[in-house]
Design a protein around this ligand. Structure first.
Ligand code: NAP
Ligand code: HSE
Length: 436
């Protein structure tokens, strides 16, 4: 059987959104048209770009294609509809409209996929179309397809990574320049790394949505944003960063999705984490992203690259457009949702990790023993302790072996109620160390 000549066939593509990512997708569709046609097996013709403000000049976008009627474009029956507007509504309704009209859908919308991926997958199934969302996690980095396809024969035990470029930029600057959070945030905003409203990034929502998507694919379980326990970086101080540095660690905002020790469930969490400087994730600087996948047969696999930006994200979107187009040409569909494992998503208390605890205590006989006893009472084993005298008070830094998160929380509560403990200055989880 001969392959159909790409020149004989044309597929239509409609863009919902012509902003940072959408305009780059339009540009690459035009500039790489011949190569994309050869790869997809059909020429890809852009039929429209829906925006809010049609009067704005958009580099890379043919003004004749711009429309403010997103609903009509979504319902127009293009072969592939690409949603790059962001947010939950009207993006979700437009995607459902497009699928009902027989269009395959490509989206970069992590918020929507994490919040209501089930509805989107069900609609794709019902209408016999594809749903791809590679660009929704870690921008340019091929990550979802490897999880969904390349690692489909393995058993993933853990996914661990830096999936938010804005916060990694801020934490890197804090580490390298000793600067304060607020100071670096202002600089990141001035440079365009952080948005005017940085809440979704700095409070951890963005990373939590990505963690939910990664966990769902890695563990064949439906995981929603509300299943993820998350904390952002707004409370990370220059002192925390300096203390981490003194101990040979760096602070990163990590997304972690892992099987519970008895494999009965999953824990998915996002929080500032101390990582040894020797760990590969410690070397991921600035706005870059990196994700470690630990699988039974493969061992550790690391993915690294640009997690944001118009052109890098457009690269992932284009990959999905070509995949959806190829499927159209060959009359097949890509893989659908895989949630057969249906694992329970457990609260963070079930997580097992190590901790760093920084205390200010009274410097008198018996205090160290009492503090150590509080850890022992909750079955948390101490790995090492460092004490610095500060006159009447002492600074005590305790690092633990692995323990259950719930046990550590109970320990901290007990420490807070002790007379000799003046304040709990900092508590942070530690990842990436070998051993127990
Ligand atoms: P953006 O620059 O704000 O662009 C959004 C586009 O959608 C704009 O063209 C906007 O029109 C249009 N739009 C929004 N609401 C609309 C509505 N109700 N009707 C018609 N058009 C509407 O956003 P972006 O940065 O390109 O991000 C797009 C998606 O990609 C989001 O889901 C985002 O999370 C995801 N993503 C972005 C990046 C990144 O680095 N930027 C990385 C990974 C994933 P106007 O131009 O007229 O305002
Ligand atoms: N705001 C995100 C980040 C990029 O800083 O990584 C879009 O996913």
């Amino acid at each position: 059987m001969s392959t159909p000549d790409a020149a004989d066939r044309e597929l239509t593509v409609a863009l919902l959104g012509g902003g940072t990512v959408g305009s780059q997708v339009a540009r690459i569709l035009r500039e790489n048209a011949d190569d994309l046609a050869a790869r997809a097996g059909a020429r890809l013709r852009l039929t429209g770009v829906a925006v809010r403000d049609a009067g704005r000049a958009r580099e890379g976008v043919d003004p004749d294609l711009v429309t403010t009627d997103a609903a009509a474009l979504a319902a127009g029956g293009a072969d592939v509809v690409v949603e790059l507007m962001g947010g939950i509504e009207p993006a979700r309704s437009l995607i459902l409209t497009a699928m009902r009209a027989g269009s395959s859908v490509v989206t970069a919308n992590k918020a929507l996929v994490a919040e209501d991926g089930a509805t989107l997958h069900a609609a794709a199934e019902e209408n016999g179309v594809d749903l791809y969302y590679e660009a929704s996690v870690a921008g340019a980095i091929p990550l979802l397809r490897p999880l969904r396809e390349s690692l489909a024969g393995d058993k993933v035990r853990r996914v661990l990574g830096i999936v938010n470029g804005t916060t990694n930029f801020i934490l890197t600057k804090m580490d390298e320049e000793g600067a304060d959070y607020a100071e670096v945030l202002a600089e990141a905003q001035a440079l365009g790394y952080a948005e005017a409203d940085p809440t979704a990034d700095v409070e951890g929502h963005d990373a939590a949505a990505k963690a939910a998507i990664l966990a769902g694919l890695a563990f064949h379980t439906r995981v929603r944003l509300s299943d993820v326990t998350f904390e952002g970086i707004t409370r990370v101080s220059a002192q925390d960063v300096a203390a981490a540095r003194d101990m040979g660690f760096v602070i990163k905002l990590l997304a972690v999705a892992e099987l519970s020790p008895d494999e009965s469930g999953l824990v998915v969490r996002v929080h500032p984490t101390m990582v040894p400087r020797t760990h590969p994730l410690a070397g991921v600087r600035g706005a870059f992203n990196a994700v470690f996948v630990e699988a039974e047969a493969a061992g550790q696999v690391m993915f690294y690259g640009r997690g944001a930006g118009g052109a890098p994200t457009a690269s992932a979107v284009l990959g999905d457009i070509v995949a959806a187009a190829r499927n159209r040409v060959s009359g097949t569909r890509g893989p659908g949702e895989s949630t057969y494992a249906d694992l329970e998503v457990l609260p963070i208390g079930a997580a097992v990790t190590r901790y760093y605890v920084n205390l200010h205590v009274a410097d008198r006989p018996g205090v160290l023993a009492a503090v150590a006893q509080a850890f022992a009472d909750h079955d948390v084993s101490i790995q090492n302790v460092r004490q610095d005298g500060k006159g009447e008070e002492a600074g005590l830094v305790v690092r633990t072996h692995t323990a259950r998160d719930s046990a550590l929380s109970a320990t901290i509560e007990a420490l807070r109620s002790m007379d000799a403990v003046r304040s709990v200055v900092g508590v942070m989880r530690v990842e990436g160390e070998e051993g127990r």
